[in-house]
Design a protein around this ligand. Sequence first.
Ligand SMILES: Cc1cc2nc3c(=O)[nH]c(=O)nc-3n(C[C@H](O)[C@H](O)[C@H](O)COP(=O)(O)OP(=O)(O)OC[C@H]3O[C@@H](n4cnc5c(N)ncnc54)[C@H](O)[C@@H]3O)c2cc1C
Length: 487
Amino acid sequence: MPQPVTALIPRLREICGDDGVVTDPDRRRTYESDGLTYHAGTPGVVVLPTATEQVAAVVRLCAESGVPFVPRGAGTGLSAGALPHSQGVLIVTSRMRRILEIDPAGERAVVQPGVANLDVTRAAAPHGYYYAPDPSSQQVCSVGGNIAENSGGAHCLKYGFTVNHVTGLEIVTPQGEIVRLGGKAADAPGYDLLGAFVGSEGTLGITTEITVRLLPAPQKVRTLLAAFGSMDAGGAAVSAIISAGVLPAAVEMMDALSIEAAEAAVACDYPPGAAAVLIVELDGPASDVDAQFDHATRLCRDAGAFEIRTAADAGERARIWKGRKSAFAAVGRISPAYIVQDGVVPRTALPEVLRRIAELSAESGIRVANVFHAGDGNLHPLVLFDDAARGAADTAADVSGRILDLCIEHGGSITGEHGVGADKACQMPEMFSPADLETMNLFRSAFDPGGIANPDKLLPTPRLCGERPGVRTGVHPLVAEGAAEQF
Ligand SMILES: Cc1cc2nc3c(=O)[nH]c(=O)nc-3n(C[C@H](O)[C@H](O)[C@H](O)COP(=O)(O)OP(=O)(O)OC[C@H]3O[C@@H](n4cnc5c(N)ncnc54)[C@H](O)[C@@H]3O)c2cc1C
């Protein structure tokens, strides 16, 4: 039987100190949700450790007492991954924010999990290096959260997601052991547990130290903004650029509604009358960049761009990015409430999926703004609704779910980069068979036999999804077949 979480408080104070334990109900409510405020709850208790040993001691205490724990970084997640457990300990890494090492010669940085993504680049920049994965939340989101979500960003088209940039992790397992996976070297023999941990959304333990790759800062960066009269024309430009063998660092697209929101919020001054804008950025050696940039510009013009602006310097580049970077928050200017959705489709399916989203929007009367990583096929429809209007939230949730169905139908997935969390766990059976899910559960139980690490996230559970609870008895069929081991 799990102990009540309140019984742990005296020991938690011994481990993290009085100022490292939050019990006051109002202060606990500060942590009631991540960026997806639609899901909220008050944590049983919050701890703010400053060192790996403290994290390990807290987790050991949870394991001995059968009390669940939920890791939390900066709380910018958009899938309710850090949604607290009312009878659990919320372990917040915000006081573990030291950059432990910048190693330019080895092209590595070693950081604590609470370090903000952009601070890695800021620390590496004087040495001529940077950290490539760049979620739009990069000024605030933590590297620990990026690892848990396998986060992406505008520049992942060329450079890949977080998983491609992590070489080593120190983790605290759900039993409270401190374990190292990988290191500074590029690869290690054996099963890729490091790869499995990246994207595991806090269900396999807590990351307490992270070794990432640093890349040399590109010699040259060039950015253009192209305005089109239709989304189809913008989409045609993306296809033309990629199929011509040009590999931009980023290709981002915004539709008319998201441009309207960005204009209202940050006056980004995008070309008036645009039904779609494309931001194309190229980086690398100066000679390559100039040639490819001219080629991409021509392809945008051939696809029907009625205006093309190129950034002459860093200031103009920042102005081009300003509208895109602030687009999610900007939508608050044109709608009282909205759902940020995240799905991915093969890039070639984008035009059809965008057309179907427009039809869904017209049929339901729910406005949908599209701002997305076009080069990756990673969609972020913003589903707008008025939370004061009766039933509007439910209709918006329905439209949002149907957009994900569209992604699956077109060979994509229910999440491109924001994770599954509590928000989409009940949609996992739409992508995976019961046997697939059972296998994932077996893997999870190998790390967490007690089921205390971020429960009710990532995988569907009866409690979460209202499935008929059924207690499995006897040996699992995969174990009986000798196809899997259960520890
Ligand atoms: C405006 C805005 C723009 C965004 N843009 C992007 C984008 O371009 N690309 C993108 O990928 N995401 C984006 N996001 C989503 C979000 O920023 C990322 O998912 C980010 O990685 C979350 O980091 P965090 O520190 O806030 O994590 P949290 O929200 O605190 O937690 C996220 C998950 O990670 C787990 N976790 C946190 N720390 C640890 C740890 N140390 N060990 C184990 N598990 C841990 C939590 O349990 C939870 O499951 C955006 C969010 C916002 C609000």
